[in-house]
Design a protein around this ligand. Structure first.
Ligand SMILES: [Zn+2]
Length: 291
């Protein structure tokens, strides 16, 4: 099992959980989207990464804190990335719910990170809520390379050759429609699917257009994971065509807190089981939507 996007630093029992992952069969990319998270993830990496199982991390500035980003934060981000040669950049992106969306601040913070990904030759984990066209435009502006088309396949999509390597954009918790898929594929884009990706009809329709080798699954588990998953699927069975999924706290300023009440009653083993169940249900939803 591989979790393409998990916020280890936001979950309770981080160390024991990481230990369980590393001892067992749960691969992951630990995404850290603000400075206090970078530190925890880098420390976990130091403790648990081995040659056989290198710890994969991603460091970035989430759009929820775009208006707080300054030169100092970028300098720290760069050094976190330089210290970890296999780390990705992100999550970085655009989110219309957060400050800095209207005045272009989020655009600047995203472009700077996209350029950093290009410079360091790293993949870029992209967070996008409400404005995929803008993200695609910004990727072009940042200079992300695009394939030239090699013809068309049976579904009318361009068939492409290279871009098997970094830097590639990764659309995390993908929620775009088929026009986004078609425009993103020439960038060598990867798509990380979440339970929420199947809630929106236009996204569920677009997912089968993505070549299977570019599809990954994620939990995006963070401090809300345990509340949302006990009992499981409470929110996803209501049949609503939800536009928004991810929300990391209302204030947009991470305080390093994890859900203490859930942490007190849930063991690391139970969290692992919940994560495995969640990934399994994403995989099943993917299989179903391709039928
Ligand atoms: Zn995330």
């Amino acid at each position: 099992m591989f979790d393409f996007h998990i916020h280890l630093a936001r979950l309770p029992h981080q160390k024991q959980l990481t230990q369980l992952f590393c001892n067992g069969n749960y691969g992951f990319i630990a995404v850290a989207c603000e400075p206090w998270e970078w530190k925890i993830v880098a420390d976990l990496k130091k403790e648990f990464s081995t040659e056989q199982k290198p710890f994969k991390a991603s460091y970035g500035i989430h759009p929820m804190i775009a208006t707080q980003a300054d030169d100092e934060m970028f300098a720290k981000l760069r050094s976190a990335l330089e210290e970890d040669e296999i780390a990705m950049v992100g999550e970085a992106g655009i989110d219309k719910r957060y400050p800095g969306y209207d005045d272009g601040t989020q655009d600047q913070i995203f472009i700077t990170q996209a350029k950093l990904a290009l410079e360091l030759q790293r993949d870029l984990q992209i967070h996008c809520v409400g404005d995929y066209q803008r993200v695609l435009k910004l990727l072009a502006e940042a200079g992300f390379p695009q394939e030239t088309s090699q013809g068309q396949d049976a579904k009318g999509l361009q068939t492409l050759t290279r871009l098997q390597e970094s830097p590639r954009p990764i659309f995390h918790r993908f929620g775009g429609d088929s026009s986004v898929v078609k425009k993103a594929l020439p960038y060598g884009a990867l798509f990380s699917l979440h339970e929420d990706s199947f809630q929106k009809k236009s996204t569920a329709k677009a997912i089968p257009l993505i070549p299977q080798e570019r599809v990954f699954f994620e939990t995006d588990a963070d401090e809300t994971f345990l509340q949302n998953n006990h009992p499981r699927h409470q929110s996803s069975l209501d049949g609503n065509d939800r536009e928004y999924g991810e929300c990391k706290g209302d204030s947009g300023t991470g305080s390093g807190m994890t859900s203490e009440s859930a942490a007190g009653t849930t063991t690391p083993e139970e969290i692992l089981t919940e994560l495995e169940n969640t990934l399994e249900s994403v995989r099943a939803a993917y299989a179903e939507c391709r039928e």
